[in-house]
Every structure is written in structure tokens, then in C-alpha cells.
Design a protein around this ligand. Structure first.
Ligand SMILES: Nc1ncnc2c1ncn2[C@@H]1O[C@H](COP(=O)(O)OP(=O)(O)OP(=O)(O)O)[C@@H](O)[C@H]1O
Ligand SMILES: [Mg+2]
Length: 662
């Protein structure tokens, strides 16, 4: 409901030679008792035909200028020329100062920055008019929200409540400027625990899902969980207070957890237990394993070559493997035929190359124009990734990935990499972001826009430090994503420590409680000292927002996100202990088919090699057959436990269900 009452003025603009009013700033005085404070929005009215501003000039003038401003500083002083006069007047005794017969005249003087002038042209100094507390309508005008709140195709996304005294007005962001194409990206910073960065991102995402305008199409989010259980319970309701509910209502956002959340986590090194904190038996059922094979890794092999490694020769060899070898019938030139699908197949090829070169004696150090040193280097890097990110990169059967091409509208895809080795994280970021980009470019992802949420940007896109692949990807989204509908929501404790081009490209910026040392860094020079103090003492749940439509930063309060906090989640749903191998296999089969009988599975896999079991399981997962047990049994094939590893090549290979499992 919009409040249209027009209360009496609370102050008056003053301008002196020392403190003149300008087109962008003005000063006004108020009574000593006032609801005005730093961050308050006010309306100044020029009084037409009453230029001296005498009484009776009240009311909105038809032709008068209206100026909206936000208070950035405040001063109080009396008519004393120097403090000495007060000391003398009280005869040096502070207790007697209060008994002073004359009450000193005291004033409250405020400085405000102009948010908007109406009419906008000609741009002139702020008139010496009356100052009013802003109403709902004024707040919408002051922040230029009127342009996107109404009309045939509104694009307003509620972000929080502007609050001043008893007034409370919803503040909206413009979807065109938050999610593209006009501007895009969001950056949130502030100290740990008090700034509510992760919470703010969760709340805003919920608000976006409910208010993203239909004419802009379908939207989804990919959230990288990088810290403990932070984003593991987005589908579970969290504890809210009445005040939170009231704010939800005022903002017209339903207080509910996300309806469609899909979780992805790699396995642990054993290849069967998931590497996530969402392993409570009631919840683990909807965590999908993230499993990548040789093909997926080779496509992003440059991730594996660190900076000092950048080497055209290694690149060329990887391209050769990728284009000519993998998934093809290939002759090694020493009489061996290969079909390389897995890391194990590739290792066999490497062995035959090395053996062939050795036996060949004088045939030199090159194979198919690639030097043996390059081949060794690439082999080391590839085996390094399959060891360091063992549960992610598999040797056993087909991959399991995000649903490329089938992204659902208003769905959140949580990719849990909190416990993954940094090299594995690099690979996950690189592949997921590149795939998003690729599909959005071809417009076949299933949605039109994707918000990528990355917490702890300090770590992933630091201002200095090595050029990692993750950093490159984050820069790429920041600089080119908005044309594609690829939007980065990032959060960090210290904005000054994040790469300039990542924070600089964020159209919308939020600050929670800030550290004073951080506020002393050059990036915050534009803020007034009073605003900095407010930021350094900001209560939990309040944020300062900068958005392209707002000429000045605005303070808003938002309700707790309606989802279960990570910390509470692990208490309510304690993660299950890792299951022994057989039980973990049983659990995964039961997940595919409830009729699976645990004991039959255990009997079947007793004495079988773990890699064979994992591979059979992976194919079963890929096929999703009606009868999971029968399929699994068939995949596992005859008993091969007695076959020594060296003779593996002679064992009949497993029968992949599809021709091309990748
Ligand atoms: N709108 C809110 N009102 C009141 N409390 C809130 C609000 N939002 C979040 N909180 C509380 O503030 C605390 C910190 O929130 P959050 O974890 O989001 O902070 P953070 O800035 O992400 O911290 P960190 O840097 O440690 O990740 C949580 O306990 C949360 O419940
Ligand atoms: Mg956080």
C-alpha cells in the first residue's frame, strides 16, 4: 500500500557562503528532536510564488522544483564562539553547567546528497525550500524506481525495506540492470558473520525467482558451495521470526525455501561415498554424484597445466589426444590397436608408446612428432588430476554431469566443491562455467539466464596471486556474461582484495557490516565519514545498496532467508558416517530402484574388484533401468576376481549400454 499522506515539513534548506547548496548537495536544519538520521531520504520543495519560503507556502507547487536527497552527514552546534565560553560560564565545574540560566540555542544541521531533481533540466542548485520526510511514493521517485515498477512490463525485484523513523518503504532493483542486459552482476562484501553476505544472496535469489518478469524468460541458478554446509539445505525451511515474516509480506515475497534444488557432489576417494555434508539418510537421496571421465577432463586440460607449464607443445599433444585418439580406434604405430575411453585405457597407450620407443632403440625421442618429454609431462599432469581429484575424475565407467540442455526454470543447481582439492575445484569451475557459456551462446541450455553464485571471492578471484583458471572464468563472466544472460553473484569479506575487474563490473553492490581498516582503503573515498561510521556499525540484516538507478547508496533491511542455515542443517540432519563400500553400493542401487534387496547386492559383489563394481554401478546409474539389480548384475558380468591385473586386457570388456557413453 502506498502512503499518500503529506506530513508537515521537518526541516528547511539553508545555504551560506561557506556551505552553499549545489546541484548535487545541500544542507538543511531540523528541530533537535527529529527522526532524521544518516541514510534518511528527504524531499525538498521549492515554493512557487513564495520564494522566501514564508508560511502558507506549503503544499506541492505545480511548477516548483522537487529535489530528493539522502542524508550523508549531521552536525550539532550552539551559538558559542569557542568552548572556552562554556567553561567560563560554568565556572569550570561541569556539574554547574546544567544550572546555567540561559539555555543555549542549539541546532541540528544535516548534509544531504541529491538523489534526483524534478524536473531534471535545467540542473540547478537545490532551492531553499522546505524539507519533508520521504513517503513510499517519494522513495520510489527518489530512487528512479518509477521507471521499472510500473508500465506494461515491470522489471522490479524487491531487495529490502528502506527504513527511517516510522516510515518503511520497499526498495526494488531493476532486473534489466541486475541480471542483464543493461548492466549485470552483484557483489556483496562485509565482515564474517555480521555482514550476512551469504544470507543476502539467498534472500535475493528467492526474491528473483518469485519476481523475475515472465517476459524476460526462464531463469536458474548455479551455486558453488565452497564453505562447509553453507548451501546444502536450500530446500529446507529455516527458522523465521515474526519481524522477518512481516518484512516478507511488505516486500511481497513468499517466505519459503527453494522449490527446485538439485545437488551435485563428487565422490570421496573411495568412489562410492559422496563428498558433501548433505549425507543424512533423509536427504542424501537427491544428491547426484558429479563424475567426470577422460573426455570431460581432456576438454579442459589447460586447467591442469599451471602457469609455468604453459607450453604450446603440451597443448598440441593434448589436442592430438583429444581429436585423434580418445573414443576412436587408434593404432599406436608399434603394432598395438587401442580404443581409449578411460584413463586406464590412456595409461595403456602411454605404456605402449614408451615401450615402443625404448625397444625401437635408435628410432629417436619422438612419437608422431611429439617429443617423449612432452608426452611424459602430459601423462604426469593427467595422472595427477586423477589422483588428486579421485572421487571427481573416474576411471570406472561413464560420467554423470549437470543436466546440460535440460535446465529447469527457477531451479537451483548446487555444486558442492567445499571439500574438493583446489585443482579439482579449478576443473569444476572451468567446466561448469564453460558449459553454461557454451549452451547460453547456442540458446539451448533450457533457461534464458543463469545466476552463478560464488562465495569467498577473496579466494577465487584475488586481486593478486597467480592467474588460475577459476579467476579467468570469473573475469570472463564479469566482462562478457551479461550479453549471454550469465550473471555472477559474488561475495567476499574484503572487496579491496578481489580482482578489480570482477568487482568493477558488478552493476549492483551491497555492503554489510564493514571492517574499519577496509573502509580506510582507497575504494571507499567517495563515502562520507558518517556513512563509513554507519557501515562499520551496521546491524545484522541491514545492507547498503548501490544500483545503477540510485544516484547514492541506500540502506535497506532484509528478512532472514527462508531456508535452513548450513550450521542448523548439519545439526538437524547430521551427516552420515561414510558407509563401508558394499553398503554405499547398496544405497546407490536402492536410490535407483527401491526394490533392490541389500543382501543380494552384497552377495553379488563380495570378492569382486571395486573398480568393476564401480563401473557396473556407473553404467546402471547412466541407464536408469526399470530393474536396477538385474541391470547391475548383467553389467558386472561373470566372476573375474581371479584374473590378475596384468592380464586385464585379455578379459572381455564390459558391455557399455550406449555406443558412446560420453
Ligand atoms: N536479515 C537478517 N536478520 C537477522 N539476522 C540475519 C539476517 N540474515 C542473516 N542473519 C544471521 O546472520 C548470521 C550471519 O549470516 P551469514 O552467514 O549470511 O553471514 P556471512 O557474511 O555470509 O558470513 P561469513 O563471511 O562467515 O560467510 C547468521 O547467523 C544469520 O542467521
Ligand atoms: Mg558466508
Amino acid at each position: 500500500m502506498i502512503d499518500r499522506r503529506d506530513p508537515p515539513p521537518i526541516g528547511r534548506v539553508v545555504a551560506t557562503e561557506q556551505k552553499p547548496a549545489t546541484p548535487h548537495q545541500f544542507h538543511f536544519w531540523t528541530a533537535n528532536e527529529t527522526t532524521i538520521g544518516i541514510g534518511a531520504i528527504v524531499r525538498v520543495e521549492e515554493q512557487p510564488g513564495n520564494p522566501k519560503g514564508l508560511p502558507n507556502g506549503r503544499g506541492k507547487g505545480e511548477t516548483g522544483k522537487v529535489v530528493y536527497g539522502v542524508v550523508t552527514d549531521g552536525f550539532a552546534y550552539s551559538d558559542l564562539a569557542t568552548p572556552l565560553h562554556d567553561v567560563v560560564g560554568a565556572e569550570g565545574d561541569p556539574a554547574r553547567a546544567a544550572e546555567s540560566p540561559t539555555v543555549r540555542q542549539e541546532i541540528r544541521l544535516w548534509t544531504a546528497a541529491v538523489l534526483r531533481q524534478k524536473p531534471e533540466e535545467p540542473l540547478q542548485p537545490v532551492p531553499l525550500g522546505q524539507v519533508h520526510v520521504a513517503s513510499d511514493v517519494d522513495v520510489a521517485q527518489a530512487l528512479r524506481m518509477d521507471t521499472y515498477l510500473g508500465g506494461a512490463e515491470p522489471t522490479a525485484i524487491p531487495v529490502g525495506l528502506y527504513t527511517s523513523g516510522t516510515l518503511e518503504a520497499p526498495v526494488y532493483l531493476d532486473a534489466d540492470f541486475l541480471l542483464g542486459p543493461e548492466a549485470a552482476h552483484l557483489n556483496i562484501s562485509g565482515v564474517s558473520g555480521l555482514a550476512t553476505k551469504t544470507s543476502a544472496a539467498e534472500f535475493l535469489l528467492g526474491s528473483i525467482f518469485q519476481h523475475f518478469p515472465t517476459h524476460k524468460g526462464r531463469i536458474a541458478a548455479v551455486c558453488f558451495n565452497v564453505k562447509g554446509p553453507d548451501l546444502c539445505f536450500l530446500d529446507q525451511p529455516g527458522a523465521l521470526e515474526d519481524e522477518d515474516r512481516r518484512r516478507y509480506e511488505r516486500l511481497a515475497v513468499r517466505a519459503q525455501p527453494f522449490e527446485r534444488v538439485r545437488y551435485y557432489a563428487p565422490f570421496k576417494a573411495d568412489g562410492v561415498n559422496l563428498n558433501t555434508l548433505r549425507t543424512h539418510p533423509d536427504l542424501v537421496g537427491d544428491v547426484e554424484p558429479l563424475v567426470w571421465g577422460l573426455r570431460e577432463v581432456l576438454d579442459y586440460a589447460e586447467v591442469l597445466l599451471n602457469r609455468d607449464d604453459i607450453d604450446a607443445k603440451a597443448d598440441a599433444f593434448i589436442d592430438f589426444l583429444s581429436d585423434r585418439v580418445v573414443d576412436k580406434d587408434f593404432d599406436d604405430g608399434f603394432g598395438g590397436a587401442h580404443r581409449v575411453v578411460t584413463f586406464a585405457d590412456l595409461e595403456r597407450l602411454f605404456r605402449s608408446i614408451f615401450d615402443g620407443l625404448e625397444l625401437g632403440g635408435g628410432r629417436g625421442d619422438t612419437w608422431r612428432t611429439h617429443h617423449i618429454a612432452t608426452i611424459r609431462k602430459v601423462r604426469n599432469r593427467l595422472s595427477n588430476i586423477s589422483t588428486r581429484a579421485k572421487g571427481l575424475v573416474t576411471d570406472d565407467g561413464p560420467s554423470n554431469d549437470l543436466p546440460w540442455g535440460r535446465f529447469e526454470d527457477r531451479a537451483v543447481y548446487v555444486v558442492d566443491v567445499a571439500n574438493v582439492d583446489p585443482l579439482g575445484q579449478d576443473l569444476v569451475f572451468a567446466r561448469v562455467v564453460s558449459k553454461l557459456r557454451e549452451h547460453l551462446e547456442r540458446r539451448d541450455l533450457g533457461v534464458d539466464a543463469v545466476v552463478v553464485f560464488v562465495d569467498e571471492l577473496n579466494k577465487y578471484a584475488p586481486a593478486d596471486g597467480p592467474e588460475t583458471y577459476v579467476k579467468k572464468m570469473l573475469l570472463d563472466i564479469s566482462e562478457r556474461g551479461r550479453y549471454l544472460g550469465l550473471v555472477l553473484f559474488g561475495a567476499e569479506q574484503f572487496r579491496s582484495q578481489v580482482h578489480r575487474r570482477v568487482v568493477g563490473n558488478a552493476g549492483t553492490i551491497m555492503f554489510g557490516r564493514m571492517d574499519s581498516d577496509e573502509l580506510a582503503t582507497p575504494g571507499y573515498q567517495v563515502l562520507s565519514p558518517a556513512t563509513k561510521i554507519k557501515l562499520a556499525t551496521l546491524p545484522i540484516g541491514e545492507l547498503m545498496v548501490r544500483h545503477p538507478h540510485f544516484t547514492q547508496p541506500i540502506f535497506v533491511r532484509f528478512p532472514r532467508p527462508a531456508v535452513l542455515r548450513g550450521r542448523d542443517g548439519v545439526e538437524r540432519f547430521p551427516p552420515a558416517a561414510d558407509l563401508p563400500f558394499e553398503d554405499a553400493v547398496v544405497r546407490q542401487l536402492v536410490k535407483l530402484d527401491r526394490r533392490v534387496r541389500p543382501n543380494l547386492v552384497k552377495d553379488l559383489i563380495a570378492d569382486r574388484r571395486e573398480e568393476d563394481v564401480r563401473r557396473a554401478l556407473a553404467y546402471t546409474r547412466q541407464t536408469r533401468p526399470q530393474d536396477a539389480f538385474a541391470h547391475f548384475k548383467k553389467q558386472l558380468g561373470g566372476r573375474v576376481a581371479a584374473v590378475p591385473a596384468a592380464a586385464r586386457e585379455t578379459v572381455a570388456p564390459l558391455n557399455p549400454i550406449s555406443d558412446d557413453p560420453y
